[in-house]
Design a protein. Structure first.
Length: 262
């Protein structure tokens, strides 16, 4: 999946279509029905909702499953490990496509003008090359650095959407009008999440997440895909409380209950 080689892209939405337009021609774009072809021989980029990932794997020839490349938000690693895909390529997308067919807008922020999109795994460089051909930034990261970046995005989407749902407002309003609340939730989730994964996040996590919020201020908010996002933190809370320990995410748990999510 480089700028010069066609690949298979699963998902005909905004991201899938955008990736096709960055390519050289010859990509195979696959929707929700039918099998996933074995050729072209590059990575098979999965641009679908998380809740159809099991079906995508079933539709993929067994010999090609190692080439699946996942761009979904959320905590994918436990699911990937359970399906024998733990070493597959993963990407964190920090660019936005407002409408089908529109040119992507890179997720560069005032704190990270180099861009935040990142990828790791066997097909990482090919994915970065494809984005570069489309004028988008992408960092190729080691496994540990990717884990840290993934956690930060998981913290961002879990916290910003939960605070936004409480106040029924856009991402930009959460950042500008409820700064203290969302900053505290960022910090809570980041600290406990880093402890769970055994990583140490770089200084400035909260500032980076606030800056990213400003770059996508127009995004709506809602608590979605609970199992893959907020649900990961809630499972840790359940486990710790069942063991007689304090909830590592007390504010998060309280807000989930107030929203009727748990």
């Amino acid at each position: 999946m480089s700028a010069s080689k066609p690949c298979v892209i699963v998902g005909k939405g905004r991201i899938g279509q955008a990736l096709v337009e960055m390519g050289p021609g010859g990509d195979v774009l696959v929707g929700r029905e039918g099998g996933i072809p074995a050729t072209p021989e590059g990575p098979i980029v999965v641009c679908t909702r998380n809740d159809v990932l099991d079906e995508v794997v079933k539709r993929t020839p067994e010999s090609r499953r190692k080439d699946l490349l996942f761009v979904q938000n959320g905590m994918l690693q436990p699911w990937m490990d359970a399906n024998g895909l733990g070493s597959n390529t993963q990407a964190l997308i920090f660019f936005a496509v407002s409408k089908l067919g529109e040119k992507p807008k890179d997720g560069k922020t005032d704190l990270n003008p180099e861009g935040l999109t990142a990828v790791t795994g066997p097909h990482a460089q090919a994915f970065a090359d494809r984005l570069a051909a489309g004028g988008l930034s992408c960092k190729v990261l080691s496994e540990i650095d990717y884990k840290k970046a993934m956690l930060e995005k998981l913290v961002w989407i879990s916290a910003i959407m939960l605070v936004g749902a409480e106040h029924q407002c856009l991402v930009g309003d959460v950042e500008s009008k409820h700064t203290e609340q969302v900053s505290g939730l960022f910090a809570e989730l980041a600290e406990g999440g880093a402890a769970e994964l055994g990583v140490t996040l770089d200084d400035g996590t909260v500032a980076r997440l606030l800056a990213y919020s400003r770059s996508v201020a127009h995004f709506p908010t809602a608590v979605k895909e609970f199992e893959w996002r907020n649900g990961w933190f809630w499972k840790i809370s359940e486990r710790e409380m069942a063991a007689g320990n304090a909830d590592p995410f007390p504010t998060h748990s309280k807000m989930l209950k107030a929203q009727g999510v748990i």
